[in-house]
Design a protein around this ligand. Structure first.
Ligand code: ATP
Ligand code: MG
Ligand code: MG
Length: 549
């Protein structure tokens, strides 16, 4: 029994539990409903839900819906679908907007305690007064308003007396603090904007820092896990809880997930979608959960990936190959094998009895005996992949060449004796004979042959649309590749190629959402665009990483 290796968050949790700071582990996943979730959110979901599971606690889903201008019900729904699809179920569902009245009351309390004031500086002047890392801030001329005046103005802000931006409510902390977040941060802004849940009930909205920690506190969260950008917000998080003397969660930061060859910010994803660079939020090239799902990723593979990359204290960029390997590993175990010819060329067996069809037994999944076998029709007229044939080839070429032999998977060894060409010299047909003694598993012949290739029977094969997806960007870090240009400059023009493949009959009636392996090619997913008898296959990932290691 090797002792379990704890990550730094688990170490902190165990210390706090041992010290009696908290009696249990309450976490939450707190998305802002302003876009679809991506793989970075999946990391946060797995972390929060798994910690609660591990320590017998609970995990809430809370929508941090404090900015009405960007939020929509469509996103609220998709976020819930995505979390369930990933395999998690929240204990309680909350909305920060449910706490608007409580937050307002607490703001009044801070005003009464002399810890908050109404400020008339506009946003530009507020910025000016705040100073910078190298320059101390200056007190707002409105900082010393009396409690009575502040209470009156704040109530009138709420009542809609003032225009957007005319006033703010600010915490009265320290304009000289080296931490800019403590220089009298804004708690409320005026926004006469309709909210997707509270309608027109409010025209002042809490800022993130004011709403977030107090929402955590109301839900009796013990560990408020967030990403590193919030590390220097922690003193403010703590200040609010202490000033209000309310339940005080512990904020713990970890490095956000970044991945190569993609972008992760919701703003950029939204731009890709709304400018039509991809076909919607569930485009299989996007790192969104719905995109990965449509690409053919399984929840198991995403959870395994999130687990495998661990939690870090420093930002880094994870190689997308790690994610691709996670889905290969899972689908290798569970996906049934089928034969599909991506770039078909005709192959005729010149000694095959005319009209004869033989049913071959094919293994569905060598990794899973319970998956059984199926019958695949074989005849004298076949298709193989153009890549698997050379008219002339070096000695070490173990696929089919003129004058050479190869095994057709689950069938016979064949010998190639000639090719047919069109007027331009392109090969249009390969002519072979089959060796009747060499039936797979038949034991009739000791003849061996180095190469095995896949095939389909021409008269039985179906034509299907196959969408070959590749990386959306041509560079590892499209975000930072260019100082002046945009990430859009690095879009991969070949990220989607569509082709028609010839497939064995059993591939024609798979339900939407099935994962299969096309033998020797890759893993594929039956796209929702499929029609009965006319499936559309998305390439999830090629069998091995074709980009080299
Ligand atoms: P984005 O910058 O993509 O818009 P966000 O942080 O604004 O993301 P939220 O809806 O606020 O998005 O995120 C909900 C939760 O998911 C937060 O706790 C946030 O820290 C976490 N999260 C978001 N992106 C990542 C990421 N790339 N890696 C890990 N956690 C993330
Ligand atoms: Mg956020
Ligand atoms: Mg955001």
């Amino acid at each position: 029994n090797t002792p379990e290796k704890l990550n730094f968050i688990e170490v902190a949790i165990q210390q706090d539990l041992a010290a009696g700071r908290f009696s249990g582990v309450q976490t939450r996943f707190p998305p802002e409903p302003n876009g679809y979730l991506h793989i970075g959110h999946a990391k946060s979901i797995c972390l929060n839900f798994s910690l609660a599971q591990k320590y017998g606690g609970s995990c809430n889903l809370r929508f941090d819906d404090t900015n009405p201008s960007k939020e929509e019900t469509e996103y609220v729904d998709s976020i819930q679908d995505d979390i369930r699809w990933l395999g998690f179920q929240w204990d309680n569902l909350h909305y920060a907007s449910d706490y608007f009245q409580q937050l307002y009351d607490w703001a009044v309390q801070l005003i009464k305690d002399g810890k908050a004031y109404v400020c008339d500086l506009n946003s530009e002047d507020t910025r000016q007064y705040r100073g910078s890392v190298t320059e101390a801030g200056r007190n707002s001329p409105y900082r010393d308003r009396s409690v009575e005046e502040n209470l009156d103005l704040f109530a009138r802000m709420r009542d809609g007396e003032f225009a957007d931006g005319a006033k703010t409510l600010r915490a009265k902390i320290d304009m000289a603090s080296p931490n800019l977040n403590l220089r009298d941060p804004v708690m409320y802004r005026i926004m006469h904007t309709h909210h997707h849940r509270t309608g027109d009930q409010w025209c002042i909205y809490p800022m993130y820092d004011w709403a977030h920690g107090q929402s955590d506190s109301l839900e009796k969260i013990s560990f408020s896990i967030c990403t590193l950008e919030f590390e220097n917000h922690r003193p403010l998080y703590d200040w609010f809880c202490k000033s209000l003397q309310i339940h005080h969660p512990r904020q713990i930061e970890f490095a956000r997930l970044n991945m190569t060859y993609t972008v992760m910010s919701k703003r950029k994803l939204l731009q890709l979608v709304s400018d039509g660079h991809v076909n919607g939020w569930d485009d299989p090239r996007l790192p969104t959960i719905v995109g990965l799902r449509r690409r053919g990723y399984t929840p198991e593979s995403i959870r395994a990936f999130c687990d495998d990359i661990g939690v870090a204290k420093f930002n880094s960029t994870i190689d997308v190959i790690k994610l691709e390997n996670a889905i290969r590993t899972h689908l290798n175990q569970v996906a049934q094998r089928r034969m599909a010819v991506m770039d078909p060329i005709k192959l005729t067996l010149t000694n095959w009895p005319a009209g004869k069809v033989e049913m071959m037994q094919a293994v569905n999944n060598p990794e899973d005996p319970a998956a059984g076998t199926r019958e695949v029709p074989f005849s004298g007229s076949l298709y193989i992949d153009r890549e698997d044939f050379r008219e002339e080839a070096p000695r070490k070429y173990f696929r089919l060449k003129k004058g050479g032999a190869v095994r057709l998977r689950y069938a016979y060894i064949i010998d190639c004796h000639d090719v047919v060409k069109d007027d331009d010299g392109n090969i249009t047909e390969i002519l072979c004979t089959y060796d009747a003694d060499t039936h797979s598993g038949g034991g009739g012949s000791t003849r061996k042959c180095k190469g095995t290739i896949h095939w389909v029977s021409a008269e039985h094969a179906g034509d299907v649309e196959v969408r070959l997806y590749d990386r959306l960007f041509t560079v590892e870090k499209p975000d930072v590749a260019s100082s002046e240009g945009s990430f859009l400059d690095y879009l991969n023009p070949d990220s989607l190629q569509t082709t028609t493949a010839k497939v064995e009959p059993s591939l024609l009636d798979l339900p939407v959402g099935s994962n299969v392996q096309f033998e020797r090619t890759g893993y594929f997913y039956v796209d929702p665009d499929s029609q009965p008898g006319q499936p559309v296959f998305n390439r999830t990932v090629a069998l091995r990483d074709s980009w080299g290691k």
